[in-house]
Design a protein. Sequence first.
Length: 661
Amino acid sequence: MLTLPEKILFVLLALGSFYFAYTGFRRVYLAIRRGQPEDRFDRLPERIGRALWLVLTQQTVFKRRPLVSLLHAFVFYGFVYYLLVNLVDFLEGFFGLHARGGLWNPYNLLADLLTALILVGILGLMLRRYLLAPRDFTWNPNVPLHEEARKGIARDSAIVGAFITFHVGSRLLHKASSLALSEPDPFQPVASAIAGSLAGLSPALLTFLEHFFWWGALGSILLFLPYFPRSKHIHLFMAPINLAFRKEVPGALTPLNFEGEAEKFGAEKLEDLSWKRLLDAYACIMCNRCQEACPAYTTGKALSPAAILISERYELNGILKDFAEGKESPRPLMDFALNEEALWACTTCMACVEVCPVGNEQMLHILDVRRAKVLMEGSFPQELNNAFRGMERSGNPWGIGQDKRLDWAEGLDVPTVEEKPHPEVLYWVGCAPSYDPRAQKIARSMVQILNASGVDWAVLGRREKCTGDAARRAGNEYLFFQLATENVETLNQVAPKTIVTTCPHCFHTLKNEYKDFGGQYRVVHHTEFIAELLRSGRIRVEEATRKVVFHDPCYLGRHNGVYEAPREVLKGVGLILTEPPRNRERSFCCGAGGAQFWKEEEPGAMRVSENRYRELKATGAEVIATGCPFCMAMMNVETAQDEAHPEVLDIAELVAQGLKA
């Protein structure tokens, strides 16, 4: 179809386009390599297979915004097929391939229909962004955002949208012109319909249009390729890679090496982030789903997980050549990606990580910066001083003496490891049930359940110390290291078959993070353990009939995927379970995580706990059931200001109330 001069011109343009595209992609690759080492290469075939499955099924995209996700799926599946379509179109233009009839019919039908769906998808997405202009693409006025981002995002989206529309539209019109010169094709119904409207044009004009739109389809790719590495469209390549290298347990932090010769801890600048964090910035599609799910952002605070990654991307784009060549980045992350309010507003609930369609780990970016602030600068909210000091001196953030750790058990039959050195079940009480008067009732209820079940159990008593979760999430990794090392030594001496916890933070730390310190244990949350006891008939309860709503704790649900056990227990004791609109993986945080419980909440439109409490109360339930002493404490903050409030009870308390002798 192409003339010889056209072929020569195309080859020259292609060579130039590929050179500049290669240069851009190579710089991105070198920039990501600047990140700190992080081992994510275990089980590589399994990782690659999982990533391909997630990408091809679009599972992560369809978690939220179903209509938008459907439009995106039209574009995605169309472009996957267009890898073949563009190759065939190239062969038609260069070598006269006649892709009509016979075995080409199924190919042409799918290409024609997907062409139409791509156009529907991209025009729908552009209409939504620029005409409907939903709040998804805005930020709270107090959110720090890179100075280039506000205009740059809209501009980049317009360029990408225009390219897709022009590229695919040109391909459709090329086929329509070609069919108008010959005859309609029932296997190209959309192109044939357009060809009918072109039938009155002269053969010379149709030939011109056929050539023009072939160039529009293939030539636009050559024009776009050099821009590709700088655009949001790069997520087409980066997202599958990012999904392949995401952590199995994203909320389990990687320990720092305090025994080496490291001069820096945490992340002050871009080059201090791990290579996976830099990959996050390039994989980000700027959809702001993480921002929408973030409890801090939702309640009007300065934190936007999306803004952090977007700001990192724009900073990298601005310094890409120098950064790729190994030069130091010019300014710290706190100057362009986030500020003090945003840094300390994170509750580490992991909603941002769970909802991200491309496998980003926004929460870990924040915690890396917290580590640098605490360990390198000694800078953190002053309210955390008491908690840090308490954990360091007394083994708990309350700062109450270790000799009082077992006072909660007064009057109860509570065996310790001194009496039973190697129990089958070790009940890890945790700091809140040990020292907080309200949470002590949870521990006392667990004693009733354990004794009624007849299992061989004990507690560490005065040998138990804080797991260090709050210290670690606040960036004080060294304090966590000290506590973890001591606790692992104690636990390894006792060597229980099962550890039961009432606190999801203890559960998460013991189960997922003590492995790095030599602690391999079977750890179950008390709701899982109680569910086992009910199933096996080791405890029996009288059924209650009250209406109850369960609040999914972040560290039990999103961090560890435990959703069914608490509900099984509640239904098992006859309670009428209702669900709030945001439940399971979409549950809204109570506001206590990420060391927030030990400091003042950052300014915003409302408290995180207030937002959640209103939703739970609106279900009309008589009882808010919790599975975390900190969630309970936050809900009680709200009930104290509400005259007509539901009762707040832990699942263990609800079970203990109905125990049969």
